[in-house]
Write a protein that binds this ligand. Structure first.
Ligand code: 147
Length: 640
């Protein structure tokens, strides 16, 4: 007797079959690197720093990442900054530089089962006389693995050169060297580029046996254009695990729909068994490229303010309900009613083979849909817990919400799914959602100063973000005691992005009228610069920066320069003072008052300029290429 209204939608039957075949799930995770995007996280105050780390890594709390891919620093720009090398020169080795070791340790402390993956974007120029595909580079990776060992970190996966294709014999040599050096357990990913590597893997047995995993970037399309995740037949027929070894590049909130589609559809369309988001966290100032990309926003260490994005909760809908080693159930994965627009579902069973989780996304659905499930094949027919994230909601209560517990009857149950959601149905427990929240944002206050004496050698000075080169704490030269910041790259690097002069930025975009001063020492012929009112930074083409510069050379030549994102550098004033020479300390200052810019060297005003192109921005240090200049006693005072 049909008395009620007609259902507005058709019902779809889905069998969750524990005896289905399917590939082994390798995990969902994110990338710290490629690069610089995590920079400010380490400078956060407690307790906010631990809270953010919990939201990223702690099981049952937030994104609960299953894979952390970290950049192997190369002293060169790799998108939003430069990450430091463990070997600036052929004779150098320091296993404590930068923040990736720290981040991997923090991740492992929270989740000992997290998988670690190393990849280089660029490298110091001494390697292979500038040739990445060299024995030097292989040895460089082996020493990086040795550093990891010193940190108690086991690296699970290692790649070649980010998005720069592959060299077959280099990969073969990498495999044999790793085996010979005690790293036979490290799996090699090729080629963190496109699928073309699959043709060579299929055609060349020696190459095939050197590669464990085929990892491809943006295999469903770039950013929100992600649609079809199908892969070439050469990839599938290789028999290798296939990974979306980089995906994302989206805002920490707005990227959620693309991530929801991509995690499921990567498996359904292309049998990809890992989804790795770029990047893990947006811990850079807003003038840098990709300032809000990641799972969370953490751009203000001086205020402690942070925000956890919808990307975190979409990732949690898979990560909190599965583990690497679980098995996909192919016959229980697909598109609802066979129609991509209705949404998709993937099912996985646990390694104990009775628990299961089914992740459903309805990003493109236009209405409610009823799904009738039937559980078979030896899977648990116990209580089904339902969790969901509404990616269209701005209310955090709608993210990773535990919405229902269903008792199946005879292995059957139904669920009505709304559009724009991710649902996970699971027989597992232990999921959860952190409640910590950070303070309000605020600008960084002036005055600010740093004598750099409080750091260990090799550390990065607080808030100082490298764009190119490597600015790190070192013992001062020139007869001065204590610590200084030194630009450590003595030659042009093997680049990933366009080569620029080394520079590093610090501070708040809202700073307008101020004086920045610092001591500087040139170790060799060349120049060093103080930057002020630095704001927009371009990463493509000329990789230019909107900023004013006071440039001084060992010869005594000085200039006030204005640069822009298009890469144009204009001279506003210039002159010559007494030679600065090398290995001698000098003091520089650059003052901004409205349109007046005043430059001083060793306490004497050398020149000024009238320009108001830039009304405000950060301070910074820069050097000529390869100039290992030193800086000390940074001071920023409000007003001229
Ligand atoms: C990737 C890089 O691997 C990351 O380091 C970061 O730069 C990221 C930013 O989106 O991009 O490289 C890509 C650049 C362009 C495309 C894909 C990846 N693209 O146009 O498809």
């Amino acid at each position: 007797v049909a008395t009620g209204a007609e259902p507005a939608h058709a019902a779809t039957s889905i069998t969750i079959n524990g005896s289905s075949a399917g590939r082994t799930f390798d995990g969902v995770g994110a990338i710290s690197g490629g690069g610089g995007n995590s920079r400010l996280l380490i400078d956060y105050p407690e307790p906010q720093r631990s809270q953010i780390l919990d939201y990223l890594f702690r099981p049952g709390y937030g994104a609960s990442l299953q894979i952390l891919k970290a950049e192997i620093g190369g002293d060169t720009n790799s998108t939003s900054g430069a990450e430091p090398s463990h070997e600036h020169t052929r004779t150098d080795l320091n296993c404590n530089r930068g923040y990736e070791w720290w981040l991997m340790e923090q991740a492992k402390q929270r989740n000992p089962n997290i998988k670690l993956y190393g990849l280089a974007w660029g490298a110091p120029g001494w390697i292979g006389n500038g040739n990445f595909w060299s024995t030097d580079m292989i040895n460089y990776l082996v020493s990086w693995l040795g550093c990891a060992k010193q940190h108690g970190l086991t690296i699970d996966y290692l790649g070649g050169w980010n998005e720069r294709g592959y060299n077959i014999s280099w990969y073969e040599q990498l495999r044999s060297t790793l085996n010979a050096d005690g790293y036979s357990g490290v799996k090699i990913v090729a080629a963190d580029s496109d699928w073309s590597v699959a043709n060579d893997i299929d055609a060349n047995q020696a190459f095939a046996s050197s590669v464990d995993i085929i990892g491809t970037h943006y295999p469903c399309g770039y950013r929100s254009a992600q649609t079809d995740c199908s892969v070439p037949s050469a990839a599938t027929s290789s028999g290798k695990p296939l990974w979306a070894s980089e995906n994302g590049s989206d805002d920490y909130n707005a990227g959620a729909p693309a991530m929801a589609r991509g995690i499921n559809r990567g498996y359904i369309d292309g049998k990809m068994t890992a989804y790795i988001n770029w990047p893990v966290v947006a811990a850079i100032t807003p003038n840098l490229p990709y300032p809000t990309m990641g799972l969370a926003l953490a751009a203000q260490p001086w205020s402690g303010s942070y925000a956890i994005g919808k990307n975190t909760w979409v990732m949690a809908q898979t990560s909190q309900f599965t583990a690497p080693g679980w098995q996909y159930l192919d016959s229980s994965s697909g598109y609802i009613g066979g129609n991509r627009n209705n949404g998709s579902y993937v099912s996985l069973k646990s390694t104990d083979k009775t628990d299961y989780s089914t992740v459903i996304e309805t990003m493109d659905a236009s209405g409610a849909q009823t799904l009738n499930f039937n559980v078979t094949g030896g899977l648990s027919t116990g209580t089904v817990h339902v969790w969901s994230t509404n990616v269209n909601s701005s209310n955090p209560a709608d993210y990773l919400a535990h919405t229902a517990d269903i008792t199946p009857s005879g292995g059957s149950f139904s669920l009505t799914v709304q559009p724009g959601r991710v649902y996970t149905l699971t027989t597992t427990t232990g999921q959860g959602k952190g409640t910590a929240a950070g303070p309000a944002s605020k600008s960084m206050s002036l005055p600010y100063s740093d004598d750099f004496d409080g750091y260990t050698t090799g550390a990065e000075a607080k808030y100082l973000m490298d764009w190119q080169g490597a600015f790190e704490v070192a013992a001062c030269g020139g007869g001065r005691s204590g610590k200084c910041v030194r630009q450590m790259s003595p030659q042009a690097p093997i680049t990933w992005d366009p080569l620029t002069d080394p520079h590093a930025l610090l501070g708040d975009l809202s700073w307008s009228n101020y004086t920045v001063s610092s001591d500087v020492l040139l170790e060799k012929s060349g120049y060093a610069e103080l930057l002020g009112r630095a704001n927009g930074q371009s990463y493509s083409g000329a990789a230019g920066l909107n900023a004013y510069h006071l440039r001084v050379s060992d010869t005594g030549a000085w200039s006030i320069l204005s640069s822009n994102t298009g890469g144009t550098v204009s001279t506003l004033a210039h002159g010559t003072t007494a030679a600065l020479g090398t290995n001698r300390w000098h003091s520089l200052s650059l003052a901004f008052s409205g349109s007046t810019i005043t430059a001083s060297i060793d306490g004497a005003t050398v020149g000024s300029a009238n320009d108001y192109t830039y009304a405000g921005g950060q301070v910074g240090y820069a050097t000529s290429q390869g100039e290992t200049a030193q800086f000390d006693n940074l001071s920023i005072t409000p007003g001229p």
